[in-house]
Design a protein around this ligand. Structure first.
Ligand code: SF4
Ligand code: SF4
Length: 495
């Protein structure tokens, strides 16, 4: 019997998923080799939810995340409200990857395997506590706590080489292998049971705008729709597919054999052509991109250190794994030799053109963190730096006389390093700051002074801000103009 032709809408879906997967994979490979290519973290819409709290509190982002994450997450929310889990079925790179392994499994085993219904029903709930746990730990620690365990991050670092992959994403890599092997036996195993973004979409899909409706008069109860559904939704017995598991792939609609349609896609109760659904999905993404562009939030890569230094708005925390030693030294006005000495690195072994993240491989050492360089620069400049987690206050004192804060670029001095006179003044500005006091970006200097029962002058001095800074404006609105970051202020107020 001749193989049945694939409906055009399903060809379009596979092309869409293919483009997303290939594009994502190519970007992750290029990111390992070139500067200015977005990292997996900047491309992950879930990162928008992870950094949302920090962004709302102070207009800042969790390290490694970018404004693009908020834009992508906004697009997911809009898409989820209008078209339920359309993102999962049409645009998700990890869903596409599972689809590839699912296809290989079908070719190898000629059949799909089933999870007992009772077990399946219980396991489907697992993704919700996983979502809550990730949000809780990310928001409370303000860092990407699950990154090491993230199979998508592991996939994105396959091209970094096994030793780096294993060192940074060991658990994520094991999960990745398990998920891909599992997908060969069982469709979309990660989407069904684990995916936190799928859980977000499932929650959003409770808004009943998009639904697949079954027309009982024409349905011949052949159950074909049930058999093709990758999410194991029982379509043939319901009037309307309300399941939060439906990923709007439309496989059931295109598989239905009746001449008069028995399954139709509806939006707000009105039947829609399948192509119209696809166009709406695309339009929501394009619309989000345009809004992101208009609000200047469509940034996928962090600005270069040297550009930040030129603009006079540079901070130790801006040092990235993709920066080279030469760039770090130039941007912060440090002698390269001094930086190498502080790090205990041999310049002959590790040339100054080495990217920080390649240090371990180039130097032939087991492990080397970019944060080590941030601490070293902070120590040389004599400025505070809180570490990658942002939790521990690590105020670093100058280690040697040869390079002082005075040698840092003017911009650096403005933001973090202080001339000796100002430093002395700051030390004299001592007042009790309760341990549970949180400096928010929405607060003005007046608010802080009121909360701590001190004068605005004391707050300005403690934060090392210019005396003429407006005291009635939210601190986050002034950071660009006065060249500080909220993270720096939060550190200073605790000192
Ligand atoms: S119910 Fe239909 S549209 Fe929803 S996931 Fe299953 S096959 Fe796809
Ligand atoms: S495939 Fe169509 S006809 Fe067959 S059970 Fe599903 S809705 Fe009814």
């Amino acid at each position: 019997m001749a193989a049945k032709k694939m409906p055009p809408i399903q060809i379009a879906r596979r092309i869409s998923l293919g483009i997303v997967l290939v594009g994502f994979t190519v970007l992750t490979i290029l990111h390992q080799r070139l500067q200015g290519i977005p990292s997996v973290d900047a491309l992950d819409p879930f990162g928008g939810l992870e950094t949302l709290m920090k962004f709302l509190a102070g207009g800042e982002f969790i390290k490694k995340l970018m404004p693009s994450n908020i834009v992508l997450f906004g697009a997911i929310v809009a898409l989820g409200l209008v078209l339920s889990r359309f993102f999962c079925g049409w645009f998700c790179a990890f869903g596409a990857l599972q689809g590839v392994f699912g296809w290989i499994g079908k070719k190898l085993f000629k059949r799909r395997f089933e999870v007992p219904k009772k077990v399946d029903r219980v396991l489907r709930w697992a993704k919700y506590p996983i979502l809550v746990g990730i949000i809780y730990f990310t928001w409370t620690t303000a860092s990407l706590v699950i990154r090491t365990y993230d199979p998508l991050a592991a996939y994105a670092h396959l091209s970094a080489g096994f030793s780096e992959l294993w060192a940074e994403f060991g658990v994520g890599f094991i999960l990745l292998v398990l998920i891909m092997v599992g997908s060969m036996f069982y469709d979309r195993v990660f989407c069904k049971y684990v995916c936190p973004l799928g859980a977000v979409n499932a929650i959003l899909s409770r808004v009943p705008l998009f639904r697949i409706k079954r027309i009982e008069n024409t349905c011949i109860s052949c159950s074909k729709c049930d058999r093709v559904c990758p999410m194991n939704v029982e379509v043939s017995t319901v009037q309307s597919v309300n399941s939060p598991e439906c990923i709007a792939c439309m496989e059931c609609v295109t598989a239905c054999p009746t001449k008069k349609p028995s399954l139709v896609a509806t939006l707000g109760g009105k039947a829609l052509n399948l192509w119209t659904v696809v166009i709406i999905g695309l339009a929501i993404f394009v619309g989000a991109a345009l809004i992101g562009q208009a609000t200047n939030m469509l940034q996928f890569v962090a600005p270069k250190l040297t550009d930040l230094a030129t603009k006079g708005n540079i901070n130790v925390a801006d040092i990235k794994g993709s920066s080279t030693y030469a760039e770090v030294a130039a941007a912060f006005g440090i002698e390269t030799e001094r930086l190498y000495r502080e790090l205990g690195l041999d310049m002959k072994k590790v040339p100054e053109t080495t990217k920080l993240k390649d240090t371990a491989a180039v130097a032939g050492i087991e492990d080397f963190e970019t944060d080590t360089v941030r601490f070293a620069v902070a120590k040389i400049l004599g400025v505070p730096y809180a570490g990658e987690s942002g939790e521990t206050s690590a105020v670093v004192k100058p280690a040697a006389q040869e390079t002082t804060a005075a040698q840092a670029p003017a911009s650096q001095q403005t933001e973090t390093a202080q001339p000796a006179e100002t430093a002395a003044k700051t030390q004299a500005t001592t007042f009790a700051v309760p341990a549970d006091f949180v400096l928010e970006g929405t607060m003005s200097i007046q608010d802080v002074a009121k909360a701590l029962s001190v004068s605005t002058k004391q707050v300005i001095e403690k934060l090392g801000l210019p005396a003429d800074i407006p005291v009635d404006k939210p601190l986050r609105d002034l950071k660009d103009q006065y060249g500080y970051s909220m993270a720096t202020l939060k550190e200073k107020i605790k000192q």
